[in-house]
Design a protein around this ligand. Structure first.
Ligand SMILES: Nc1ncnc2c1ncn2[C@@H]1O[C@H](COP(=O)(O)OP(=O)(O)OP(=O)(O)O)[C@@H](O)[C@H]1O
Length: 240
Protein backbone atom coordinates (compact mmCIF):
# COMPACT_ATOMS: atom_id res chain seq x y z
CA UNK A 1 0.00 0.00 0.00
CA UNK A 2 1.44 3.34 -0.97
CA UNK A 3 0.06 6.72 -0.06
CA UNK A 4 -2.73 8.05 -2.23
CA UNK A 5 -2.91 4.96 -4.40
CA UNK A 6 -6.28 3.63 -5.42
CA UNK A 7 -7.73 0.75 -3.50
CA UNK A 8 -7.11 -2.83 -4.52
CA UNK A 9 -10.17 -3.11 -6.70
CA UNK A 10 -9.16 -0.05 -8.67
CA UNK A 11 -12.75 0.40 -9.78
CA UNK A 12 -15.21 3.19 -9.17
CA UNK A 13 -16.56 2.49 -5.74
CA UNK A 14 -18.53 5.63 -5.15
CA UNK A 15 -21.70 3.67 -4.50
CA UNK A 16 -21.17 1.03 -1.87
CA UNK A 17 -22.68 -1.38 -0.97
CA UNK A 18 -21.85 -3.80 -3.75
CA UNK A 19 -24.71 -4.88 -5.95
CA UNK A 20 -25.47 -8.56 -5.90
CA UNK A 21 -23.61 -10.61 -8.48
CA UNK A 22 -20.86 -8.03 -8.89
CA UNK A 23 -17.58 -9.87 -8.96
CA UNK A 24 -14.79 -8.00 -7.30
CA UNK A 25 -12.73 -7.52 -4.22
CA UNK A 26 -13.77 -4.95 -1.67
CA UNK A 27 -11.28 -3.70 0.87
CA UNK A 28 -12.80 -1.97 3.89
CA UNK A 29 -11.05 -0.42 6.87
CA UNK A 30 -12.71 -0.06 10.24
CA UNK A 31 -11.26 2.26 12.86
CA UNK A 32 -12.14 1.28 16.39
CA UNK A 33 -12.70 3.72 19.27
CA UNK A 34 -9.69 4.51 21.44
CA UNK A 35 -9.33 2.44 24.60
CA UNK A 36 -9.15 4.17 27.97
CA UNK A 37 -5.34 3.87 28.04
CA UNK A 38 -4.94 5.23 24.51
CA UNK A 39 -4.74 9.00 24.54
CA UNK A 40 -3.81 10.01 21.06
CA UNK A 41 -5.33 9.03 17.76
CA UNK A 42 -2.78 8.82 14.95
CA UNK A 43 -5.14 7.32 12.43
CA UNK A 44 -8.54 8.65 11.50
CA UNK A 45 -11.12 8.64 8.75
CA UNK A 46 -10.98 11.75 6.61
CA UNK A 47 -14.08 10.73 4.68
CA UNK A 48 -15.97 7.58 3.67
CA UNK A 49 -13.03 6.33 1.59
CA UNK A 50 -9.91 7.92 3.02
CA UNK A 51 -7.74 7.23 6.04
CA UNK A 52 -5.17 9.73 7.33
CA UNK A 53 -2.15 8.41 9.17
CA UNK A 54 -0.66 11.21 11.19
CA UNK A 55 3.07 11.80 11.06
CA UNK A 56 4.57 10.67 14.36
CA UNK A 57 7.16 13.50 14.28
CA UNK A 58 4.69 16.25 13.52
CA UNK A 59 5.50 18.14 16.69
CA UNK A 60 9.23 17.99 16.20
CA UNK A 61 10.23 21.71 16.01
CA UNK A 62 13.21 20.88 13.82
CA UNK A 63 10.88 19.75 11.10
CA UNK A 64 9.18 23.11 11.13
CA UNK A 65 5.71 23.12 9.63
CA UNK A 66 6.23 20.48 7.04
CA UNK A 67 3.44 17.96 7.11
CA UNK A 68 4.12 14.34 6.46
CA UNK A 69 0.68 12.91 7.12
CA UNK A 70 -0.09 10.06 4.80
CA UNK A 71 -3.35 9.48 3.06
CA UNK A 72 -4.67 6.08 1.98
CA UNK A 73 -7.76 5.31 -0.06
CA UNK A 74 -9.94 2.22 0.30
CA UNK A 75 -13.27 1.04 -1.06
CA UNK A 76 -14.86 2.09 2.18
CA UNK A 77 -13.67 3.44 5.51
CA UNK A 78 -15.70 3.02 8.69
CA UNK A 79 -14.98 5.57 11.38
CA UNK A 80 -14.92 4.89 15.08
CA UNK A 81 -18.66 5.53 15.42
CA UNK A 82 -19.67 3.03 12.77
CA UNK A 83 -22.17 0.41 13.88
CA UNK A 84 -22.07 -3.34 13.40
CA UNK A 85 -25.13 -3.00 11.19
CA UNK A 86 -23.46 -0.36 9.04
CA UNK A 87 -20.40 -2.57 8.50
CA UNK A 88 -22.51 -5.63 7.68
CA UNK A 89 -24.82 -3.69 5.38
CA UNK A 90 -22.03 -2.23 3.29
CA UNK A 91 -19.60 -5.16 3.17
CA UNK A 92 -21.53 -8.40 3.42
CA UNK A 93 -25.30 -8.25 3.04
CA UNK A 94 -25.24 -8.42 -0.76
CA UNK A 95 -22.57 -11.09 -0.67
CA UNK A 96 -24.98 -13.26 1.26
CA UNK A 97 -27.59 -12.71 -1.46
CA UNK A 98 -24.99 -13.81 -4.02
CA UNK A 99 -24.29 -16.97 -2.06
CA UNK A 100 -28.00 -17.74 -2.03
CA UNK A 101 -27.90 -17.40 -5.81
CA UNK A 102 -25.07 -19.93 -6.12
CA UNK A 103 -22.03 -17.66 -6.13
CA UNK A 104 -19.12 -18.05 -3.75
CA UNK A 105 -18.03 -15.46 -1.23
CA UNK A 106 -15.38 -14.93 1.39
CA UNK A 107 -15.24 -12.39 4.21
CA UNK A 108 -11.79 -12.10 5.63
CA UNK A 109 -10.86 -9.93 8.61
CA UNK A 110 -7.24 -9.01 9.03
CA UNK A 111 -5.41 -6.82 11.52
CA UNK A 112 -3.01 -6.74 14.45
CA UNK A 113 -3.98 -7.89 17.89
CA UNK A 114 -6.62 -5.67 19.48
CA UNK A 115 -7.62 -4.10 16.16
CA UNK A 116 -11.23 -5.26 16.43
CA UNK A 117 -11.43 -8.41 14.27
CA UNK A 118 -13.40 -10.41 16.82
CA UNK A 119 -15.70 -7.50 17.56
CA UNK A 120 -16.39 -6.97 13.87
CA UNK A 121 -16.77 -10.62 12.88
CA UNK A 122 -18.46 -12.08 15.96
CA UNK A 123 -19.44 -9.21 18.27
CA UNK A 124 -21.67 -10.02 21.22
CA UNK A 125 -25.39 -10.76 21.69
CA UNK A 126 -26.17 -7.04 21.88
CA UNK A 127 -24.00 -6.04 18.94
CA UNK A 128 -23.74 -9.14 16.73
CA UNK A 129 -21.02 -9.05 14.12
CA UNK A 130 -20.77 -10.01 10.47
CA UNK A 131 -20.73 -13.76 11.03
CA UNK A 132 -23.85 -13.86 13.12
CA UNK A 133 -25.71 -11.47 10.84
CA UNK A 134 -24.68 -13.39 7.72
CA UNK A 135 -25.75 -16.71 9.20
CA UNK A 136 -29.06 -15.29 10.37
CA UNK A 137 -29.77 -13.83 6.93
CA UNK A 138 -28.95 -17.14 5.28
CA UNK A 139 -31.14 -19.15 7.60
CA UNK A 140 -33.96 -16.65 7.28
CA UNK A 141 -33.75 -16.82 3.50
CA UNK A 142 -33.81 -20.59 3.37
CA UNK A 143 -36.35 -21.07 6.14
CA UNK A 144 -39.33 -20.96 3.85
CA UNK A 145 -37.56 -22.81 1.09
CA UNK A 146 -36.53 -25.93 2.88
CA UNK A 147 -37.00 -28.02 -0.25
CA UNK A 148 -34.80 -25.79 -2.35
CA UNK A 149 -31.77 -25.46 -0.14
CA UNK A 150 -29.72 -27.56 2.18
CA UNK A 151 -27.15 -25.92 4.41
CA UNK A 152 -24.09 -27.73 5.67
CA UNK A 153 -21.41 -26.31 7.88
CA UNK A 154 -17.77 -27.01 8.67
CA UNK A 155 -15.65 -25.25 11.23
CA UNK A 156 -11.89 -25.44 11.33
CA UNK A 157 -8.93 -23.85 12.97
CA UNK A 158 -5.55 -23.31 11.36
CA UNK A 159 -2.91 -22.61 13.95
CA UNK A 160 0.86 -23.00 13.59
CA UNK A 161 0.17 -24.58 10.20
CA UNK A 162 -1.91 -27.33 11.81
CA UNK A 163 -5.55 -27.78 10.84
CA UNK A 164 -8.06 -28.95 13.45
CA UNK A 165 -11.70 -29.78 13.06
CA UNK A 166 -13.50 -27.65 15.65
CA UNK A 167 -16.65 -29.75 15.28
CA UNK A 168 -14.63 -32.85 16.11
CA UNK A 169 -11.42 -31.74 17.87
CA UNK A 170 -10.54 -35.31 18.88
CA UNK A 171 -9.86 -36.18 15.24
CA UNK A 172 -6.38 -34.68 15.53
CA UNK A 173 -4.63 -32.71 12.82
CA UNK A 174 -6.13 -32.87 9.34
CA UNK A 175 -4.39 -32.71 5.97
CA UNK A 176 -4.96 -30.56 2.92
CA UNK A 177 -5.53 -32.51 -0.27
CA UNK A 178 -5.95 -31.35 -3.84
CA UNK A 179 -7.09 -33.14 -6.96
CA UNK A 180 -4.66 -33.89 -9.77
CA UNK A 181 -5.45 -30.60 -11.50
CA UNK A 182 -5.00 -28.62 -8.31
CA UNK A 183 -8.48 -27.14 -8.61
CA UNK A 184 -10.32 -28.73 -5.79
CA UNK A 185 -8.59 -28.26 -2.47
CA UNK A 186 -10.13 -29.99 0.51
CA UNK A 187 -9.39 -30.59 4.12
CA UNK A 188 -9.43 -34.37 4.31
CA UNK A 189 -11.77 -35.71 6.97
CA UNK A 190 -13.29 -32.34 7.92
CA UNK A 191 -16.75 -32.78 9.48
CA UNK A 192 -19.68 -31.41 7.57
CA UNK A 193 -22.99 -31.18 9.37
CA UNK A 194 -26.47 -30.21 8.25
CA UNK A 195 -27.89 -27.25 10.05
CA UNK A 196 -30.99 -25.09 10.00
CA UNK A 197 -30.35 -22.20 12.39
CA UNK A 198 -27.71 -20.31 14.30
CA UNK A 199 -29.19 -21.68 17.53
CA UNK A 200 -28.55 -25.24 16.60
CA UNK A 201 -24.76 -25.05 16.67
CA UNK A 202 -23.17 -22.42 18.81
CA UNK A 203 -20.74 -20.95 16.30
CA UNK A 204 -20.11 -17.75 18.22
CA UNK A 205 -18.45 -19.43 21.12
CA UNK A 206 -15.14 -20.11 19.51
CA UNK A 207 -14.39 -16.82 17.92
CA UNK A 208 -11.20 -17.62 16.11
CA UNK A 209 -12.17 -18.27 12.55
CA UNK A 210 -9.66 -18.93 9.14
CA UNK A 211 -9.39 -19.56 5.53
CA UNK A 212 -11.55 -22.42 4.67
CA UNK A 213 -9.84 -24.12 1.84
CA UNK A 214 -12.73 -25.85 0.28
CA UNK A 215 -13.50 -24.63 -3.17
CA UNK A 216 -16.62 -25.59 -5.02
CA UNK A 217 -16.89 -27.60 -8.18
CA UNK A 218 -20.67 -27.52 -8.48
CA UNK A 219 -23.18 -24.70 -8.80
CA UNK A 220 -23.84 -24.55 -5.09
CA UNK A 221 -22.96 -21.40 -3.17
CA UNK A 222 -20.21 -21.37 -0.59
CA UNK A 223 -19.67 -18.73 2.01
CA UNK A 224 -16.40 -18.66 3.88
CA UNK A 225 -16.19 -16.50 6.98
CA UNK A 226 -12.70 -16.03 8.23
CA UNK A 227 -10.80 -14.04 10.69
CA UNK A 228 -7.17 -14.20 11.52
CA UNK A 229 -6.97 -14.55 15.21
CA UNK A 230 -5.72 -17.95 16.08
CA UNK A 231 -6.89 -18.60 12.61
CA UNK A 232 -9.99 -20.67 12.11
CA UNK A 233 -12.76 -20.71 9.53
CA UNK A 234 -16.45 -21.35 9.17
CA UNK A 235 -17.56 -22.77 5.83
CA UNK A 236 -21.18 -22.81 4.81
CA UNK A 237 -22.28 -24.73 1.74
CA UNK A 238 -25.63 -24.10 0.18
CA UNK A 239 -26.83 -26.66 -2.31
CA UNK A 240 -29.84 -25.71 -4.33
N1 LIG B 1 -15.71 -0.95 16.70
C1 LIG B 1 -15.56 -1.16 18.01
N2 LIG B 1 -16.38 -0.55 18.91
C2 LIG B 1 -16.24 -0.77 20.23
N3 LIG B 1 -15.30 -1.56 20.78
C3 LIG B 1 -14.46 -2.18 19.94
C4 LIG B 1 -14.54 -2.02 18.52
N4 LIG B 1 -13.56 -2.75 17.94
C5 LIG B 1 -12.91 -3.35 18.96
N5 LIG B 1 -13.44 -3.00 20.14
C6 LIG B 1 -12.98 -3.46 21.44
O1 LIG B 1 -11.54 -3.46 21.40
C7 LIG B 1 -11.03 -4.62 22.06
C8 LIG B 1 -10.17 -5.42 21.09
O2 LIG B 1 -10.99 -5.87 20.03
P1 LIG B 1 -10.98 -7.37 19.49
O3 LIG B 1 -10.87 -8.35 20.62
O4 LIG B 1 -12.13 -7.51 18.57
O5 LIG B 1 -9.60 -7.37 18.69
P2 LIG B 1 -8.93 -8.54 17.83
O6 LIG B 1 -8.46 -7.90 16.57
O7 LIG B 1 -9.86 -9.69 17.66
O8 LIG B 1 -7.70 -8.91 18.75
P3 LIG B 1 -6.89 -10.30 18.89
O9 LIG B 1 -6.24 -10.53 17.55
O10 LIG B 1 -5.90 -10.00 19.96
O11 LIG B 1 -7.88 -11.36 19.26
C9 LIG B 1 -12.23 -5.40 22.57
O12 LIG B 1 -12.44 -5.02 23.93
C10 LIG B 1 -13.37 -4.90 21.72
O13 LIG B 1 -14.61 -4.99 22.38
Amino acid sequence: MTPETPSSSGSDTSKPPLKTGEERLMVAVRIRPLKSDEHHRALYAADRKTVILEDADKNDPLRHKRVYDKQYTFDVVFGEHSTQEDVYEVTTRNLVKDVLNGFNGTVFAYGPTGAGKTHTMVGDPYEPGIMIRALNDIFEAVRDKGDEYSVTMSYLELYNENIRDLLNPSSGYLELREDSRGRNIQVAGLSEISTTSTDEHSVGESPSLVPALKFPSSSSGHLILVFLDDVSALILDLDS
